[in-house]
Write a protein that binds this ligand. Structure first.
Ligand code: HEC
Length: 187
């Protein structure tokens, strides 16, 4: 009797182990088990990158400044106010699909002349030319770098990375920078 019970227990344990092993194998075949670390690696931002401002980057050309202004004050093509100025598309094609073009939405964090609901996570950029450029506190190169990749100036910045991420082209960064440093009407 005692012996039999041991045998039954032993057989039961064996059966349990076999089912577990089979279940394990089954689960692996039906449940996708992606390597999370590989995914995280792929999504990780590229390291901070230093840029040299291209020649002729900062301009007083009004149409370039208008594009910079539009990018600064808008989020994306779908939610953007009015039509974008000449030379700036509302939609772009990515992998054969039409998508609203992403703009800078800088007003989410910065206040500036004409901002509607400007945020205060970043510094107020009102009178930027007068206060920071004309006084020599900031250079055009600094502004270009900060918009392109602010992590070079502050590794823990909360600001968006715009050039290293490919969100904008160098020309667009120049247009946004030109808007920031432009002489604006007081409001
Ligand atoms: C999520 C918030 C956020 C967004 C969006 C944002 N910024 Fe910033 N910005 C900051 C913060 C915070 C700083 C302060 C410096 C730092 O930590 O990077 C800053 C600093 C700056 C400076 C440097 C000011 C100086 O002289 O020290 C400029 C210029 C600037 N931002 C422009 C822009 C532009 C242009 C955009 C849109 C393309 C933008 N920012 C979008 C948060 C933001």
């Amino acid at each position: 009797m005692h012996r039999n019970r041991k045998l039954v227990l032993g057989l039961g344990l064996m059966a349990f182990c076999i089912t577990q092993a089979a279940n394990g194998a089954d689960l692996k075949s039906v449940i996708e088990m992606p390597d999370a670390s590989a995914i995280l690696k792929k999504d990780r931002l590229a390291p901070p990158k230093k840029y040299t401002m291209p020649a002729g980057c900062i301009t007083t050309d009004l149409s370039a400044i208008a594009r910079g202004e539009y990018i600064f004050h808008n989020l994306n093509g779908k939610k953007a106010k009015k039509s974008p100025p000449k030379g700036l598309p509302k939609y772009i094609v990515v992998n054969g699909k039409k998508k609203p073009k992403q703009y800078g939405n800088c007003v989410a964090c910065h206040n500036i002349e004409g901002a509607i609901g400007g945020g205060n996570i970043g510094p107020d950029l009102h009178r930027y030319k007068e206060l920071f450029i004309d006084t020599g506190v900031r250079s055009f190169q600094y502004v270009y770098q900060h918009i392109a990749d602010p992590r070079v100036h502050n590794k823990n910045t909360h600001m968006t990375v715009n050039l290293t991420t490919g969100l904008f082209t160098p020309r667009e960064i120049c247009e946004i920078a030109s808007y920031v440093v432009s002489d604006k009407k007081k409001d």
